[in-house]
Design a protein around this ligand. Structure first.
Ligand code: MN
Length: 233
């Protein structure tokens, strides 16, 4: 093919215990999937009932991750960058209109990630009814550690989801508190788009989101799945 320039190389994530890497396609995120976080954001209807899940995306190359300590560049145009620790689902197969009981078969593995958010910009966007894209989908906004294959960690449905910043516990939830479970998320999302191998799904954050500054050292973990160490630079 006669391209005018070479395409951007695909973003990849390491796979725990393997020298193979996972090529990232798209990044989907679930909003307000833990009642305690919905409550802290003032989204009381979401916290009380079970409103249908809603999704937003980040570009596939917004991913930053790796083995060891990940360096994350503090983004421009914000004075209130927030951490959101989340379990990340990595798809190894695709499909549209996937049934809930077939959804797990699409999953390659799981990781722990950070859905970084320009909270000040997001608040303005909400107020004006503007899109969230620039508050959620900026460069290096999707942090992820290595992916643990299903063959190793199974399909986790409970377990601690935690984040410390400079050694202080900021977020401490449990996967079992997700309002929409992983297979339900996949089934719902697959009615909106055809899912494909390489897609990542950030599954929502428990309460305790808060601001980061340059120099902060973050340790995120999903019990029994993965951990991640990151530094804001
Ligand atoms: Mn989030």
């Amino acid at each position: 093919m006669n391209l005018v320039f070479q395409p951007h190389p695909v973003a990849t994530l390491p796979i725990a215990g393997s020298d193979q890497r996972f090529p990232v396609r798209r990044i989907f995120c679930v909003g307000r999937n833990y009642a305690d976080h919905a409550r802290e954001m003032g989204a009381l209807e979401q916290a009380e009932g079970r409103e249908p899940p809603f999704f937003f995306s980040k570009p596939g190359d917004a991913i930053v991750g790796g083995d060891g300590e990940v360096s994350v560049t503090y983004p421009p145009q914000t004075a209130n960058l927030h951490h959101e620790v989340e379990m990340v689902v990595a798809l190894g197969a695709g499909g549209a209109n996937v049934a809930v009981d077939a959804a797990n078969s699409l999953i390659f593995g799981y990781a722990v990630g950070l859905d970084l958010t320009r909270r000040d910009m997001q608040a303005k966007a909400k107020e004006k009814g503007h899109p969230w894209d620039m508050s959620k989908g900026f460069d290096q906004s999707a942090v992820s550690g290595a992916i643990c294959p299903v063959a190793v960690c199974g399909h986790p449905v409970s377990g601690r989801v935690s984040l410390t910043v400079n050694g202080q516990l900021r977020q401490d939830g449990d996967l079992s508190a997700m309002m929409w479970k992983v297979p339900e998320i996949i089934a719902n999302l697959s009615t909106l788009v055809r899912l494909e191998a390489g897609d990542l799904i950030y599954t929502g954050t428990p309460a305790g989101v808060g601001p980061l500054v340059r120099g902060d050292v973050l340790v995120a973990a999903v019990e029994g799945v993965a951990s991640l160490r990151a530094r804001m630079v």
